[in-house]
Write a protein that binds this ligand. Structure first.
Ligand code: SF4
Length: 396
């Protein structure tokens, strides 16, 4: 196990003892006050009278505190350089998600029909784009150059037209899916067909018709090891950006459940209660901070309700995802986003890799709901077209 070296003369045992934690808290309060009296005063007022904050006020306070907490944690664990590098990586990737939403999904998807896109010459389009990019075509290079071109539309009309046609081909045709299916840029959310959640095929064997998953979707389990590595940062951030931050309307159904008008929980067509995250994690707030490039702050917001976030995420359940506001299209893959937040660079940077080796983690049972003790379904919720190759459900 790695010996943690903490600032302020603190040691590992201080993290596990009330006196040490009280000292860390007073150091954090001093750090906060040094950064601005207003925020420190808001925290003290909330601590003194927690009942005065409604859910939205609590969310706003936590989101305001998160960057300050991230800065404090980075100093405490002597990981400033690692945290800054991780935040910079988030900012570097930001053009991907803006380009996906504003250019690929809004513009290219509407500009051409699939049959038109199928008639395009992708090799010629790629060559023309590469010439203009001055570098190979990758999702990130595409997003960066197109975003820059859009700042001067008239001057870049010809280049933008090339990009629209390439994006339409990549998004709308089978050949495009084969080329870009493992990426995130040239994708649009799938509609959900609850009767066809799994992309099964009907085959006949020995005169008997049977269904099976296509070979490309099979994941073979070896011993007790996980069958996938989860999303990488690009994929985790993709789902965080897909979230519409319902906490701003006080309506994040992922932690609190989807409600009927009479206040009871909605159910799926299979009768599964959509009660949301058993731990009522602050999911919308977590996504908001992640998209703003505050990764340790995002982890801290999760840990408020789930101290064992390093052990949960996509390994355990997807109750939050099933209760996402997106009921008719692919929901936000919250478990994957959470796993990426808990396990990304923050985890090793904080020394958690050595404390909880990822390989030692095994699927566990869902935590009991605060509201619904005993509920433990883990039904798959893949789109009819199937999960992307990197997507995982622990229990299917
Ligand atoms: S995860 Fe879904 S329900 Fe929750 S804030 Fe995001 S979009 Fe809304």
């Amino acid at each position: 196990m790695t010996e943690l070296t903490l600032a302020h003369g603190l040691g590992l045992t201080d993290l596990y003892q009330a006196e040490g934690l009280a000292r860390i808290d007073s150091l954090f309060c001093a750090h906060l006050a040094a950064g601005g009296a207003d925020l420190a005063a808001r925290l003290m007022a909330a601590r003194a009278n927690p009942g005065t904050l409604d859910a939205k006020g609590e969310s706003e306070l936590l989101i305001a505190l998160a960057p300050q907490l991230e800065d404090f944690i980075a100093g405490l664990f002597n990981i400033r350089a690692a945290v800054q590098a991780l935040a910079a990586r988030h900012h570097d990737l930001a053009p991907l998600y803006a380009c996906k939403r504003l250019f690929v999904q809004r513009r290219a998807q509407r500009a051409h029909k699939p049959e038109e896109a199928a008639a395009f010459d992708p090799a010629a389009l790629e060559a023309a784009l590469v010439e203009r990019f001055g570098e190979p075509l990758t999702e990130l290079s595409f997003a960066r150059h197109v975003t820059a071109w859009l700042d001067a539309e008239a001057a870049n009309a010809e280049a933008i037209d090339l990009a629209v046609r390439y994006a339409a081909w990549a998004l709308l045709t089978e050949a495009g899916h084969a080329e870009h299916g493992r990426g995130i840029l040239f994708k649009a959310p799938h509609k959900i067909d609850p009767q066809h959640l799994l992309p099964t095929e009907t085959i006949e064997r020995h005169g008997v018709a049977m269904i099976e998953l296509p070979e490309s979707h099979l994941r073979r389990r070896e011993g007790f090891k996980l069958t996938d590595a989860g999303h990488d940062l690009v994929g985790g951030l993709d789902h965080a950006h897909y979230c519409i931050f319902c906490h701003n309307q006080g309506k994040d159904s992922a932690p609190r459940g989807l409600k009927e008008k009479d206040g009871s929980f909605k159910k799926t067509v299979f009768g599964v209660t959509l009660a949301g995250c058993p731990l009522e994690e602050k999911i919308s707030e977590m996504h908001s901070l992640k998209t703003e490039g505050v990764p340790v702050g995002a982890l801290a917001v999760v840990v408020v309700d789930n101290p064992l976030a390093a052990l949960t995420g996509h390994r355990i359940c997807n109750d939050c995802m099933k209760a996402c506001i997106y009921q008719k299209q692919e929901p936000v893959d919250i478990p994957q986003a959470e796993t990426r937040i808990a396990e990304g660079r923050a985890r090793p940077a904080l020394g958690l890799r050595d404390l909880w080796p990822a390989d030692a983690l095994e699927p566990a049972q869902p935590a009991q709901s605060r509201r619904q003790a005993g509920r433990a379904d883990a039904r798959c919720w893949w789109p009819a077209s199937g999960p992307p190759a990197s997507r995982s459900r622990t229990i299917c």
